[in-house]
Ligand binder design. Structure first.
Ligand code: ADP
Ligand code: MG
Length: 254
């Protein structure tokens, strides 16, 4: 079955050991959540999966649908169907949301078929309008420069809009719930839910349980100090919300 497989992954950032042997399998069609305190290496894992050059893989393996991603550029990973919604999306003044999305879609189409002439403008407009309406986004947003002066909630919606437009096979959502008020959280989470299908695996990274009420993960993993200490069902997220992370360490020691 198609999946993301992470085996014994050790990662350093600027000579500091951050990930200490991560093992994880996310099959397509499932939602997995990683919860953990701040500074534990969740974003490091997300960036490493996407191929950010700052994160040095010491050892281990990352496979998408049986193919190793190690050494691949982020854009190659993207064309293979991997998607990352950033915790802190960057602004690109001068590039509109619409242009950015059309360029990304066309790059994917070209990677699949070098002869592809790109998505037509009317088809792109139709698709964009449909997805923006679904995420309850103002159409004017498409003409604004990407993330330039966007509020926290607007940035997160644009991340999910990208996901909706690109239709990845494996999506990593890094703290997509942070900075959202309750209404925005519901809209974004429902947007993500509507994208769920048997060909999409989702790895949601969060340190709050609230988004998981909507996303209903199949498996919850607890990450502390660059390691997965426990995995379980959705009840694990509730227990973490009530009791914090300290007890997970004693379970590991036991
Ligand atoms: P989380 O997402 O779980 O809050 P991070 O992966 O962002 O954790 O950070 C894990 C650790 O790695 C922290 O101690 C952080 O300071 C360090 N770290 C992450 N990225 C960098 C970086 N680019 N440069 C230096 N240290 C980093
Ligand atoms: Mg983080």
């Amino acid at each position: 079955m198609a999946s993301l497989e992470i085996k014994n992954l050790h990662v350093k950032v600027e000579d500091q050991q951050i990930l200490n042997g991560i093992n994880l399998v996310v099959p397509q069609g499932q939602v997995h959540a990683i919860m953990g305190p701040n500074g534990t290496g969740k974003s490091t894992l997300a960036y490493t999966l996407m191929g950010h050059p700052r994160y040095q893989i010491e050892s281990g393996e990352i496979m998408l649908n049986g193919q190793s991603l190690i050494g691949m550029a982020p854009e190659e990973r993207s064309c293979l169907g991997l998607f990352l919604a950033f915790q802190y999306p960057v602004a690109i003044p001068g590039v509109t949301v619409a242009n950015f999305l059309r360029t990304a879609i066309n790059a994917h189409r070209k990677a699949k078929n070098p002869e592809d002439k790109g998505i037509s403008i009317p088809e792109f407009r139709r698709l964009l309008t449909e997805k923006m309406d679904f995420l309850e986004m103002d159409h004017a947003m498409a003409g604004r420069y990407l993330n330039d002066g966007f509020s926290g909630g607007e940035k997160k919606r644009v991340e999910i809009l990208q996901m909706a437009m690109l239709e990845p096979g494996m999506a990593i959502l890094d703290e997509t719930d942070s900075g959202l008020d309750i209404d925005a959280l519901r809209i974004v989470a429902e947007g993500i839910n509507s994208l769920k299908n048997e060909h999409l695996g989702i790895l949601v990274i969060t340190h709050y349980q609230r988004m998981l009420n909507y996303l209903k993960p199949d498996v919850v993993h607890v990450m502390v100090d660059g390691k997965i200490l426990q995995s379980g069902g959705p009840e694990l997220a509730l227990k973490l919300e009530e009791e914090g992370y300290e007890w997970t360490k004693s379970v590991e020691a036991a």
